[in-house]
Design a protein around this ligand. Structure first.
Ligand SMILES: [Mn+2]
Length: 312
């Protein structure tokens, strides 16, 4: 059941033990959003498997105590935050759950007791509305977490909307800190294994050209998301990085602004390919992922082909 932001307190208030759960490799938007909800409404804060590098740094800065792989059956309600696809929660068992999210996928909505899902540029923006409309006051650290989440998910406001800027201004006024402080929370140097992964991804990349478009595919075994982003920063319009994880293949994809403007929808492409290979995929138009059981090279070829077909 879809609910409005103002009804969140009433719904979540019916449960005693509430867990706010962020997805695997939890990023600043997931951590900042889940932390603000947990602080405002009470309960525990958790994440599946691990936090991302910047998610970890943010948790330290705002003092978020994140339980890794908490036992979900110990809670009456799990509020899944910033997550739209079941695969982002791994094998975590979910009984009664709610959802607060900004992605475009509908896979988790059906079984949710209640959900708020809007196409905002970050979950943090939705959470800020939830706090405001439920009369919650936010501490400096809650506000800082939300703003860092917004900065991170909008690519430092590259993908911002007027409403993103309005919310950012409200957060700066409410938090009483400088914008610079929020931005510096994201300046975490990449560790050496991540830099090696990006360099290997580039050196192994296969490049296809369709008219003015460059599509890059590569295989590495970790940091697929940052590797795909690195290939776009190097000049690819669209990049796919595949890695094997046990008997699953994970592919992360990123698109540059021109490809996204031309109508490319990576979430749809990843969802479509995953579905026919017994997996799951989704995300955003310019950043999406899939997990499936197939040969990485075959999946990458399919990704490149569907992308070329959908670019003008
Ligand atoms: Mn997000």
């Amino acid at each position: 059941m879809q609910i409005g932001e103002s009804d969140f307190g009433e719904h979540v208030g019916k449960y005693e033990q509430v867990l706010y759960l962020a997805h695997r490799n939890a990023d600043p938007d997931a951590i900042g959003s889940a932390f603000a909800l947990q602080q405002a409404f009470g309960g525990s804060l958790g994440a599946v498997d691990d936090l991302s590098r910047t998610g970890q740094a943010l948790a330290g800065i705002i003092g978020a105590q994140v339980l890794i792989n908490p036992t979900t059956k110990d809670y009456d309600l799990v509020v899944v935050v910033d997550t739209s696809v079941r695969l982002q929660l791994g094998d975590t068992p979910l009984a009664k759950y709610a959802l607060v999210d900004h992605h475009q996928d509908t896979g988790m909505l059906h079984d949710a007791l209640f959900f708020i899902q809007k196409p905002a540029k970050s979950t943090a923006e939705i959470v800020w509305t939830i706090l405001r409309e439920n009369g919650k006051t936010a501490s400096r650290n809650m506000v800082l977490g939300l703003l860092v989440g917004m900065i991170s998910d909008t690519g430092r406001f590259k993908r911002a909307t007027p409403s993103t800027f309005r919310t950012a201004a409200e957060l700066l006024e409410a938090g009483g800190f400088d914008y610079e402080e929020a931005q510096s929370a994201l300046s975490v140097p990449a560790d050496i294994s991540q830099r090696i992964a990006s360099l290997k991804a580039a050196s192994r990349a296969k490049i296809e050209r369709k008219g003015p478009w460059l599509i890059a595919t590569t295989e590495i075994n970790s940091f697929e998301g940052s590797a795909a982003m690195a290939l776009v920063e190097l000049g690819a319009d669209v990049a796919f990085a595949a890695g094997r994880h046990g008997n699953l293949v994970r592919i992360s994809s990123r698109a540059g602004r021109d490809a996204a403007r031309a109508g490319l929808d990576l979430a749809e492409i990843m969802r479509g390919i995953a579905e026919v290979h017994g997996g799951e995929g989704g995300g955003h138009k310019a950043a999406a992922a899939l997990e499936a059981r197939a040969k990485p090279a075959a999946l990458l070829d399919l990704c490149a082909k569907r992308t070329a077909d959908s670019l003008p």
